[in-house]
Ligand binder design. Structure first.
Ligand code: TXA
Ligand code: MG
Length: 314
């Protein structure tokens, strides 16, 4: 079911066309194989989470062919320009402020005001990104909780039938994910990886705090405050109380003010989630009542996000 494409001009043209249709294509980078989707498409990014079976909408890395393209998605200050010029293309991801005109799906950034950007060096990744001509969201191409793939057959053993294609570019050289350097606020290493901390410290001329190799697990996406609606949120609402804004799900929610998916499709609901939460918040004059959502597949990630939206604020 999943096509295996050779890294030829024809194979890469096919891969780029699939990406443009909102399909998922795994491709080699020098670190690991990435599971790519159009970072501007809500449905494509929702499909990434579905294919991986991720229980959370943690933010994804956006892949671009060069620094110039990266500047259209993120805001690069002097420090960011210096590190990017020194290490790109290569196994380094930079977290920088999101450029509002980037028009990325909010699912890519988990609705954060920052974005993780990587310019990979692998020639096949380079050619695919240029053929596609847009930002590609790509976590490692493995089911959630499994080992990251460094060969096309590893990708297939986990995701065959769940993605449109894999570009076979042989084995990855680094075999370990990219180092993630956070440049929003004080520079910090958010995840150790292919570029050693010492090399970054030498470039920046200062020591870098690192949470990545200490006892404390680093989950950068969770450390940042997420957008929460100003209105109170009531979950598992079969129908709204008077004065509530009804954010529905499925055919049972006919008459809802907004419906995450009228047909009860979880991928569509995930694609709409961040947009509709904002819309509900803007329109609601009272609490937001949200229909129950099945706790399975993407429903788990949707419910995780909704529980955060409904949690008491500090
Ligand atoms: O080597 C790699 O980096 C591979 C290949 C495919 O490029 N990609 C990869 O992507 O590992 P992914 O999506 O699995 O990595 C996401 C990591 C998570 O730890 C996430 O928390 C962090 O990047 N991240 C993404 N956006 C962030 C943001 N705005 N702020 C802080 N951390 C962010
Ligand atoms: Mg991974």
């Amino acid at each position: 079911m999943t096509e295996t494409l050779a890294p030829t001009d024809a194979g890469l043209a096919r891969a780029a066309a699939l990406l443009a249709e909102g399909e998922l294509v795994a491709f080699p980078t020098e670190t690991v194989y990435g599971l790519g989707g159009d970072a501007r498409s809500d449905m494509a990014v929702a499909r990434i989470f579905e294919a991986k079976g991720r229980p959370r909408f943690n933010p994804l890395i956006v892949h671009l062919p060069d620094l110039e393209a990266a500047r259209s998605v993120g805001v690069f200050d002097d420090l960011a320009e210096r590190v990017a010029s020194a290490f790109w293309p290569g196994p380094l991801t930079l977290v920088v402020p999101l450029r509002p005109s980037a028009r990325l799906s909010p699912l890519v950034t988990a609705d954060l005001p920052s974005v993780a950007i990587r310019v990979p060096e692998h020639p096949v990744a380079q050619r695919l990104l240029r053929a596609f001509g847009g930002p590609v969201a790509a976590p490692s191409a493995n089911p959630s909780g499994k080992i990251s793939p460094t060969r096309a057959d590893h990708v297939l053993s986990g995701l065959d039938g769940k993605i449109a294609a894999v570009v076979d570019g042989g084995a990855c050289a680094v075999g370990l994910e990219s180092t993630i350097l956070g440049l929003v606020g004080e520079p910090a290493i958010l995840r150790p990886g292919g570029i050693p901390a010492e090399a970054l410290e030498a470039c920046l001329g200062r020591p870098l705090p690192s949470g990545g190799d200490s006892a404390k697990p680093t989950a950068p996406g969770q450390l940042l405050s997420h957008y929460a609606p100003a209105a109170p949120v009531r979950l598992n609402a079969d129908k709204p109380e008077p004065g509530e804004f009804w954010l529905g799900f499925g055919p049972e929610a006919a008459g809802a003010d907004l419906n995450l998916s009228e047909t009860g499709d979880l991928v569509e609901a995930a694609a709409n989630l961040f947009h509709f939460l904002r819309q509900a918040d803007a329109s609601a004059t009272g609490p937001i009542a949200v229909s129950p959502i099945l706790e399975k597949g993407l429903g788990r990630a949707i419910n995780d996000r909704l529980r955060r939206a409904a949690a008491p604020r500090g």
